[in-house]
Design a protein around this ligand. Sequence first.
Ligand code: NDP
Length: 296
Amino acid sequence: MNATLIDGKVFAASIREKVAAHVARLQAEHGLTPGLAVVLVGEDPASQVYVRNKGQQTKEVGMASFEHRLAAETSEADLLALIARLNADPSVHGILVQLPVPDHIDEAKVINAIAPEKDVDGFHISNVGLLATGQKSMVPCTPLGCLLMLRDTLGSLSGLNAVVVGRSNIVGKPMAQLLLKESCTVTVAHSRTRDLAGLCRSADILVAAVGRPQMIPGDWVKPGATVIDVGINRIPAPEKGEGKTRLVGDVDFAGAAEVAGAITPVPGGVGPMTIACLLANTVTACCRANDLPEPE
Ligand code: NDP
């Protein structure tokens, strides 16, 4: 392997340490405890794991965690009523509704019901618009984590060619906005993109957010490029035993690591950064709600 490994676990731990220190200061100097409410509708196993991890890490940094687990058949009206209560609750500074929600609930309606200043996922239409127009907003956690790793690896990103593969509202689009704000020349690729291989080969920064196991081979990577692999895909791992599985990204790690300058692993790359940024966003929301200086 030639590339430098971008260690998301270590980076995320350093963010959590800073968050914990800020939380301690808010408590000591202002009697404030930042609070994060996480709402889960239904019993999706992956979502349950995410919600448990978020709750645990929230408490570990000294913040208050409010978990709301609702039955899969909960009505949209009942979910909206809960969000209204959380919006009005001064002990709640951040609200996150774990996605996806069941089919009978309108996801956009739910997201846009969250008070924008408590929207720590950054998915509310107001925050999307603020980010797109370069104004102060809540920034979606996964792209924010990617950006922090890119800045840490490369310093200034100005003038670099960035290719983001994937155009979802939660990863691809906000990632592209953030890179544009850093003065990268940004191309967003998707399932209809022509000559994806050639496009990827032009990227100084390649962000893969597709959800297809190892679809980007090493020979799509420009020598020396920085590769951020957002994908989390579970594939069979017969070498670990019958029925066993393992996690891989959207990039063929072994192949890409021979060519890239730096690369994130899966697991242990973008994943841990996402929750760390969620905690950081909650502290930011608490500071803004109380007219206090925000963490850097
Ligand atoms: P979506 O399914 O919402 O979006 C996938 C995107 O990839 C779409 O824009 C789609 O294009 C594009 N795409 C699909 N197939 C191809 C292809 N063959 N060539 C080029 N583009 C393609 O996924 P998400 O953005 O929600 O997530 C992407 C991945 O990131 C997933 O593996 C997910 O698990 C992971 N993830 C990881 C997180 C973390 O914390 N590390 C957080 C969030 C997601 P089109 O629009 O044309 O359909």
